[in-house]
Write a protein that binds this ligand. Sequence first.
Ligand code: NI
Ligand code: MN
Length: 245
Amino acid sequence: MKTLILVNSPSLLEISNLRMKITYFGHSCFQVEVNGKKILFDPFISPNPLAAKIDIKSIQPDYILLSHGHYDHIADAETIAQQSNAQIICSWEISEWLSKKGIQNIHPMNIGGKWMCDFGKVKCVAAIHSSSLPDGSYGGSAMGFIIETSQGNFYYSGDTALTYDMKLIGEFRKLSFALLPIGDNFTMGVDNAVIASDFIKCNTIIGLHFDTFEMIKIDREDAFRKFAYRGKKLILIEIGNTIEL
Ligand code: NI
Ligand code: MN
C-alpha cells in the first residue's frame, strides 16, 4: 500500500480517502476501520446503559483486540467473535481462557511482541494495570497496542496509569492519534493523560474510560480546557458516532 502511494502519487481525493474511520461504542470500546479491515477494541456494550442504542449484531469486525481481562473490556468479546468469526488478539492467558469457551480464532501475544496482520502491524506495549478474568482467572499482564499502518499509526493504551515507558513510544513512532483513558480512579485521569500525550508526542487524543460508572464521571469542559491549554485536541466521540482521522 505504501509503495503504491509513493509510486503513483495519488490525487488529493485519494489521499483524503486514506483516513481511518473511528466509531465509538462507549467506555473503552471503539472500532477503527483501516485498509479495508475493521478492528474492534475492548467490547463492553450490552452491559453498558450508555450504549443501549447500539445494536451489537451490527458489529462485524475482522479483528478484536483485548487489552486485558477485566469485565468492562471483554464482556461482549465472545458474542461478537462468534457472530463475525473475527480473530481475537490478546494475552496468552486470555487466549487460553477463551479457547476453553470454544473460541478458536485467537492470536496470543505478550508485551514487547509485534505481529503483522493484513491491515498493518500490531505491537503490544506495557500498561500499568491489573488483569483478571471475570471468574477470577489470571489474565496475564494488561497491555496497550500500537497499530502501524500505511494510513497512519495510532496508540491505544488500554487501562493504564501514566508511565515513563510511554516516552519510548514518542521517541520511536509518529502517531496520528492516541486513545487514552481519562476517567481517573481505575486509570489515569485527565491531568496525567495530558502528560502522557506529551510523552508520546501526540496532539490528537481520543478520550476513553470515562462517565460509564459513578466513580469515573468527568467534567468535560475542564478536560477540553486542560488539553487545549497545552495546545492539544481532546476528542470525545458521541456513542454510536464515527469520525475520520
Ligand atoms: Ni481494567
Ligand atoms: Mn477498565
